[in-house]
Design a protein around this ligand. Structure first.
Ligand code: DAH
Length: 367
């Protein structure tokens, strides 16, 4: 009986090979697997066998039948040009995979980090919830100083539960100076917290951690209690820069700035320098660039002046170096505070600052 089953199976397989169209295939299937088909009828005999034989043959019979059903199914899909998965049109274009996009601020930030790393600068990070001490005091802006009004600060109502002890600024005696520094700072309430209004506090943190000489940039988010409109946001991005070494002057600053601007815009952009006031630098400057939109002719983007304020900067105030534990008699430095958000707006000609934090994918997909 076993031989007979194998013989029928081979018969089916050899006939199947010759089949080229579906009518012949159906006929062949009926001939063997139909109710009165050859294999079906033959297998019915198994019922008459003894239990022992049934066991032996039954399994082979079943497997053979299932295999033949599969073979017919396969043959049918080959003839009709179908696969198990259904009809495939190989000429269809492939499915497009959606890739994520970098945020424009991230793009600008990455480019700048690369540039500064190539000039030997470290990239530092600092806390967004910052102490009043680092955000103001250590930057030469004491409590009652009018410069505190330059920035609308989010003061945090709850004081820091366990304020870190802030280092006392070192006192470096200057020629002709007797007064001991350090006493007045001791009274600063170190538990006061603010949302940092600028990335400048990272200057002092960097100096305290690494000492001089030092080259670092610190990109990050900053916060101001602003009324929001197309050009004002409560949350935006800056990149602080700091270089401290022997004999650093405004000349070094301007050289680095030009490098930065040229690489940012991919061409030489005309610049001008004006005096500016910031308590943590002396002298302070404002570096402007020729308006990238109207090229200096005057447009709404530059308030018809032909120039755009890009970069406040200056020579680090000796007091700030002291707060950073660096001797201003030996070292000098420059610092700048680049508006990353502003720069991204200029570079990509984005006319509404609110788009950056909108989470609107239609905006992000363009970068
Ligand atoms: N921190 C200042 C601000 O946000 C910007 C600034 C000005 C930073 C001058 C500097 C600087 O490092 O030297 O308004």
């Amino acid at each position: 009986m076993k031989e007979e089953i194998i013989k029928i199976k081979e018969e089916i397989l050899s006939e199947l090979k010759k089949i080229k169209e579906s009518k012949a295939l159906s006929d062949l299937e009926t001939k063997y697997l139909g109710r009165k088909g050859k294999l079906t009828v033959f297998l019915k005999q198994i019922a008459n066998l003894s239990d022992e034989e049934k066991q032996k043959i039954g399994r082979l019979a079943n497997e053979t039948k299932q295999e033949m059903i599969r073979k017919f199914k396969e043959a049918r899909s080959v003839i009709s040009g179908e696969t198990e998965a259904g009809f495939i049109d190989v000429t269809l274009p492939g499915e497009k995979r959606l890739l994520g996009h970098l945020h424009p601020i991230t793009i600008v930030q990455n480019e700048l980090e690369d540039l500064f790393r190539s000039m030997g600068f470290m990239v530092l990070d600092g806390p967004e919830l910052e102490s009043d001490y680092f955000n103001f005091e250590a930057l030469n802006i004491p409590k009652s100083h009018p410069a505190r009004d330059m920035q609308d600060t989010f003061y945090i109502a709850t004081p820091h539960p366990n304020p870190l002890p802030h280092p006392q600024p070192l006192s470096f005696a200057r020629r002709g100076e007797r007064k001991e520094r350090g006493q007045e700072e001791a009274s600063v309430d170190q538990s006061d917290m603010v949302m940092r209004t600028h990335t400048s506090p990272v200057q002092v943190r960097g100096m305290l951690k690494y000492g001089a000489p030092l080259r670092c940039v610190a990109p990050g988010r900053v916060f101001r209690a602003e009324a929001i409109d197309a050009v004002h946001e409560h949350t935006f991005d800056q990149m602080e820069g700091l270089m401290v070494d022997k004999n650093i002057s405004i000349g070094n600053l301007i050289a680095v700035m030009k490098e930065l601007i040229n690489s940012m815009f991919g061409r030489a952009v005309e610049t001008r320098v004006r005096p500016g006031y910031f308590p943590f630098v002396e002298p302070g400057i404002e570096l402007d660039i020729k308006c990238t939109i109207c090229l200096g002719k005057g447009c709404p983007g530059c308030k018809h002046s032909g120039w755009l304020e890009l970069l406040p900067a200056g020579q680090v105030h000796p007091r700030v170096l002291e707060y950073g534990g660096i001797d201003p008699n030996k070292y000098s430095g420059f610092a700048f505070g680049l508006g990353l958000t502003r720069l991204a707006m200029m570079k990509y000609k984005i006319n509404d600052i609110r788009l950056f934090n909108s989470g609107d994918l239609r905006f992000l997909k363009q970068f």
